[in-house]
Ligand binder design. Sequence first.
Ligand SMILES: Cc1cc2nc3c(=O)[nH]c(=O)nc-3n(C[C@H](O)[C@H](O)[C@H](O)COP(=O)(O)OP(=O)(O)OC[C@H]3O[C@@H](n4cnc5c(N)ncnc54)[C@H](O)[C@@H]3O)c2cc1C
Length: 604
Amino acid sequence: MPKQYFSLRNLKFTLHEVHESQEITQYPYFSHIDREAIDMILDSAIQIADNILAPVAIEMDREHMAHFHDGKVTVHPAVKKYIKAVGDAGLIASRAPLEVGGSQLPETLNVAIAFVMGAANNAITAYAGLSEGASNLILSFGSQYLKDTYLQKMYAGDWQGTMCLTEPQAGSSLHYITSSALPTDEAGKYKIKGQKIYITAGDHDQTDNVVHLYLARIDGAPAGTKGISLFVVPQKRVENGQFVPNDVKTIGIFHKMGQKGCPAVHIEAGNNDECYGWLLGEANKGLTYMFQMMNEARIGVGTTGACIASAAYYAALEYANERPQGQLLNVKGQDPNAPQTLIINHPDVKRMLMLQKAITEGSLSLIMQGAKYADLLHVSEGEDKEKYQLLLDFLTPVIKTYPTEAGIQSVSSSLQVFGGGGFCEDFPLEKLYRDIRITTIYEGTTGIQSLALLGRNITMKNGKAAMLFFQEVMKDIEASKTHEDLKKYANTLASKLAEVQRVTQHLVGFAMKGETERFLADATLYMEMFGIITIAWQWLKQATVAKNALLTQNPQGDDLQFYESKVHSMRFYFAYELPKTLGLAVRLLDDELLTIGVENTILV
Ligand SMILES: Cc1cc2nc3c(=O)[nH]c(=O)nc-3n(C[C@H](O)[C@H](O)[C@H](O)COP(=O)(O)OP(=O)(O)OC[C@H]3O[C@@H](n4cnc5c(N)ncnc54)[C@H](O)[C@@H]3O)c2cc1C
């Protein structure tokens, strides 16, 4: 096992120095914690990660993967230990207010915790993550009865929460959901019928109950998304003070490529007409409510991409510092008896490692930026509240997409550093490579996120969200210019912003002419371009903070190296990654249409 899976120094730099955690804890809502408390909470998360999660990561993938037999789903016993530990630490209720027994932690800290735990063992964190998302929905929209029945059990880790959206005919397009809900004599109680597929943590033996947050249509509801309601459908319901089975059964488990420690199950509700669900909030508003959980989950999936990339990077870095192979390019052939050099000394290996570092740390910074907007949104009023809401909504598809798409590239590159070993089970890379692959698929595929960015967010509120985003980037560009040697990079980023604005105007022109297909055909390429530029913003921001520290703090030893490495990584990103937007812009401005208006027979 590699010695390290994340850098605490970098995590604290991102949280405290770049995204200034103390700005958030000054607000009354978060004033129960300060920087010291943040570090202590982070420390206890690291203890859980080191002692419970990391030691079983490989075991959960191989000997103790989720298993379905005789109608029962069994998972690794560490799941119970983990979910109880995070429950006891108040981390399942981390976003809930103090007055309902929550921990009321800032999102920036939640992201840091999720990053550490996911880097230790990405297959286990979904259990608590889903319980938290589901309980937050009950807290936000549930009746007092639902809150009293479910919240404490879910916060404590005694009951598992899930999100039940997908059906065989309704994946990306939830319009087509057919699960049904028939009113009973009891207000708010419905008979549920239908099937859901791929439900993560949808059934297992390590909690006493599973509470599904289930999308279904009330009999007679309108077609499409406007007719979807949200229900709480427990696996076991309370009847006359007793727990009875609720006729929601697992009929299969999916044999997944990765994250094998966590089951994705096929469930059937109401096969015996005995499945009951309780309406959450108002009828027909289910999808709107579910968006709260989906948006939290999207940021969560972006974090999963970044933390898997982190685990893979540190494994590759350790290996590259130990593996001797070949000679340096400038001595090759000159001395056949020269000892072999470590592979980290080959420029191509160094390039691969720098790419991994740039993607991992750039992604973490972007995710933390989104979390900071979520925190500011929570504590602001009026215009400011609208501003942070727009910024968060605007960036969410990018936060879901860049760390996962680039994360796959990053982990592939980590695997490459291991040579043949990377392809074999002797090292954790083949597992991490399989694990990360799902992240661009669930919680809305990259294609769907890209349609959201270009088709909805760019023009949201007459372009106000996009304008606010560009202003945020410009603010950091200006701040970086106080350092003479960052000016070149500041100007490059400003020109890239102009480039993406030119492309945006060109594409929006088609939307205005009603040519929707032409407007959105290459939305995924637009997302790629936008993501690369967004990460350049985060790198310039980090380099500015590092430069400030180098100038004002006279850092020595590890600190000096750390800040210098930040500036170098920014330069690497600007030199190796940012120019890729040029090719994307050429394509996005090109009039040659190759994917629309052509017969399917072209694909033979
Ligand atoms: C391991 C795993 C865990 C999951 N966990 C959960 C869970 O807990 N709860 C839950 O409800 N669901 C869950 N899902 C389901 C997941 O969210 C869906 O698989 C995902 O939304 C994609 O839906 P689909 O598989 O039906 O693919 P499809 O929707 O059929 O998409 C197939 C391809 O077509 C593209 N496509 C589809 N529609 C469009 C369009 N309009 N425009 C452009 N391109 C399009 C997609 O981008 C994709 O590339 C999970 C899935 C997996 C594999």
